[in-house]
Structure formats: structure tokens, C-alpha cells
Design a protein around this ligand. Structure first.
Ligand code: DX5
Ligand code: ZN
Length: 206
């Protein structure tokens, strides 16, 4: 199981905490980008932290205007950029725009969005991000509705030979991870960064 560490819950001294995270073996750093429109909160500009982001990046765009944020964050050379299927832009166009930048494409869905909304795009994307909390904040409780979605997506990729990876995000800890069978990447924020020993927490998720 791979682990992607969300830095959303790091409150202060982000730079020294990022240095600490760089010393772990987290597979990715998960950057939660919020615009104050798609979700109520607006996050800071993470490009300012560029020289402290040494792990492969997994960027989760919780924004309405995906093209603008894509342009802005492409300079971080992320492995994945994930946007939400609920946005009001043609999904095919967004997939194409991310691909053109040689970045892998992820699509996410909120807990109340049926997984069937993703079906038209599953043969052309690299990652599905299943939200197990309402997007917008760290430290929420894992919602079990994610489990059926993970199982469905895992079964479908085997049946149809699709190549996307399945990532699950929200309320992940050493207990809830047991309910994520079929997922390939666990995103965890507070479970890792609210403790002193990041590596120990990451080991507990593997
Ligand atoms: C929620 C974010 C998550 C969040 C995870 O909107 O997408 O990535 O930071 O935090 P925890 O692990 O604390 O639920
Ligand atoms: Zn996230």
C-alpha cells in the first residue's frame, strides 16, 4: 500500500515540518488546493514551498476553475493532478489539458456523487480519488460509503483491464485503512502530521 501524506493539517512551522516529512519514506506529498468557491476554504499558494517539496507530488484540486490552477501548479512538476468530476467544465477538455503537460490525470468524487458519473472517463485516466469525507477540511470522520465505491472501481478495472490506480482520501488511520481493500494509495493528513513521529504513523498505514 502506498501512502500520500496531506500537509493540510500542519498548522505552524510548515517549512520545518516539510523537512521532517522529506526524511520519511512517504510515497507522495498530497497538496490540497482549495479556492473558496468549490469548497468554503481557500488555501495558501503552495508554489512558495517549492524548494521544500522533495517527494513526488499528488495535487488534489478542490477548485471550480481547474484550468487556471493547472497552469499555476504545473511548475511544481507533480506526478498527478486530480480535479473533481462535479466541476462545471467539460471533463474531456480538462483531461486533455493535464495530459498535454505530461502530468498524470486523476478524477475525484465527493461522498454523495455516484461512482457511475466516472464511468465515461475511466478508460482514459490514471487515478481515481475516492473522497471518504466531505472535501474542505482535515480531521473528519471516515465515511463508509467510500468502501462500495472502492470495491466497484477495483472490480471494474479488473473486468475491463483499466489502468487507473485507486486512492482514498479522508479520515484514514490504522483502523479505517482496513476498510479500504482494493485501494492502492491512502491519503492521510492528521493521522500522520498530528503526531511527532511521522515515519511511525506511515509505517502503521502500510
Ligand atoms: C479533505 C482533504 C484531505 C484531508 C485529509 O478535503 O482532501 O486530503 O487533508 O485529512 P485527514 O487525513 O485528516 O482526514
Ligand atoms: Zn485531499
Amino acid at each position: 500500500m502506498k501512502v500520500s501524506t496531506s500537509i493540510l493539517s500542519i498548522q505552524d512551522d510548515v517549512v520545518s515540518n516539510l523537512k521532517k516529512l522529506n526524511e520519511t519514506d512517504t510515497d507522495y506529498i498530497h497538496l490540497d488546493v482549495m479556492d473558496g468557491k468549490f469548497v468554503p476554504r481557500k488555501t495558501e499558494d503552495y508554489t512558495a514551498l517549492k524548494s521544500y517539496l522533495f517527494k513526488p507530488l499528488d495535487i488534489h484540486l478542490m477548485v471550480e476553475d481547474v484550468p487556471s490552477y493547472l497552469e499555476h501548479y504545473a511548475c511544481l512538476k507533480p506526478d498527478y493532478i486530480t480535479f473533481h468530476v462535479e466541476v462545471n467544465t467539460k471533463i474531456e477538455k480538462l483531461i486533455h489539458m493535464i495530459r498535454e503537460k505530461n502530468i498524470k490525470v486523476g478524477i475525484s468524487l465527493k461522498p454523495d456523487t455516484p461512482v457511475s458519473f466516472l464511468i465515461p472517463y475511466l478508460d482514459e485516466i490514471d487515478l481515481v480519488l475516492v473522497m471518504s469525507v466531505e472535501p474542505g477540511a482535515g480531521g473528519q470522520k471516515f465515511m463508509e460509503s467510500a468502501c462500495d465505491k472502492i470495491r466497484f472501481l477495483d472490480r471494474l478495472r479488473k473486468e475491463r483491464n483499466y489502468s487507473y490506480v485507486i486512492e482514498v482520501d479522508g479520515g484514514i488511520n490504522h483502523e479505517t485503512k482496513k476498510q479500504c481493500e482494493g485501494a492502492d494509495i491512502l491519503v492521510a493528513g492528521s493521522f500522520i502530521t498530528n503526531c511527532d513521529d511521522y515515519q511511525k504513523q506511515i509505517d502503521m498505514l502500510r
